[in-house]
Ligand binder design. Structure first.
Ligand SMILES: N[C@@H](CCC(=O)N[C@@H](CS)C(=O)NCC(=O)O)C(=O)O
Length: 233
């Protein structure tokens, strides 16, 4: 049984710091240990939950619940990991660079335009990975397939595509790139019940991301890392 508690990572409550040393979300408390143990880092948590599901259900091969192609096809699994890697190393930093870009003079929006271009390029980079999966015969891990499931890469991409539709729209007037396949993909992923269960209200996102939109100093470890052009925490 798993319970989702919402905490504010910008306030760093003790209950979060106990689980995640830098006070970043997400974090997972494992109550089946005494005393409880914890894990942090989104990719580590995802891998842990996937392996837990595999061992609990004695899954030896791919079932309809897996985030990955079957273990008998390591190449297909690697393609999904490439997609996810692209989200972590390109899409996420491009999202923050765009949102944090500040232009003093209104008609001169050069930095924000550059930020928007960088974010769109990151989306296009992700799409080339989906197209590659399709081209190489793994259509169910491409954009077009109407599978009922989310893949490991979809789970990584969805929060940022979602924030593009509310936070970036609100603060930057951003609209996601056109394209029938891409829009169908975004709709499918963002409306997936499993993804929707993890979302806060749109107002909460807009409120939390205000610090980035105005690049308020020392209000976020992520923002500081983007400003210093170092790796994200
Ligand atoms: N590498 C970490 C990054 C987690 C992260 O940046 N979380 C953000 C929210 S999306 C956070 O907690 N920010 C608080 C802060 O920047 O101080 C992961 O993938 O779990």
């Amino acid at each position: 049984m798993m319970a989702i508690d919402e905490v504010d990572p910008y306030k760093k409550p003790a209950e979060l710091l106990e689980l995640s040393p830098k006070g970043l979300v997400p974090a997972l408390r494992l109550n089946n240990y005494d005393p409880p143990r914890a894990l942090n880092e989104s990719t580590v948590i995802m891998d842990f939950l996937e392996e837990l599901a595999t061992s609990n259900t004695k899954r030896t091969s791919h079932t309809t619940e897996s985030l990955f192609p079957p273990s008998s096809d390591p190449y297909a699994r690697a393609l999904i990991r490439l997609q996810a890697d692209n989200v972590n190393r390109s899409l996420v930093p491009a999202f923050y660079r765009y949102l944090q870009a500040q232009d003093e003079v209104l008609p001169d929006l050069a930095k924000q335009i550059e930020g928007a271009k960088g974010f769109v390029e990151a989306i296009e980079g992700l799409l080339t990975h989906f197209q590659r999966a399709e081209r190489e015969g793994y259509t169910q891990y491409g954009l077009w397939h109407q599978r009922g499931l989310l893949s490991y890469a979809d789970v990584m991409a969805a929060p940022w595509l979602f924030r593009a539709t509310n936070v970036l729209k609100h603060y930057r007037g951003f609209v996601l790139p056109e394209g029938e396949q891409f829009r169908a993909y975004v709709n499918r992923v963002l409306n997936h019940p499993a993804f929707k269960r993890t979302c806060s209200s749109e107002d909460l996102y807009i409120d939390s991301y205000e610090r980035y939109a105005y690049n308020r100093p020392n209000t976020s470890q992520v923002a500081n890392a983007i400003n210093a052009a170092t790796t994200l925490p």
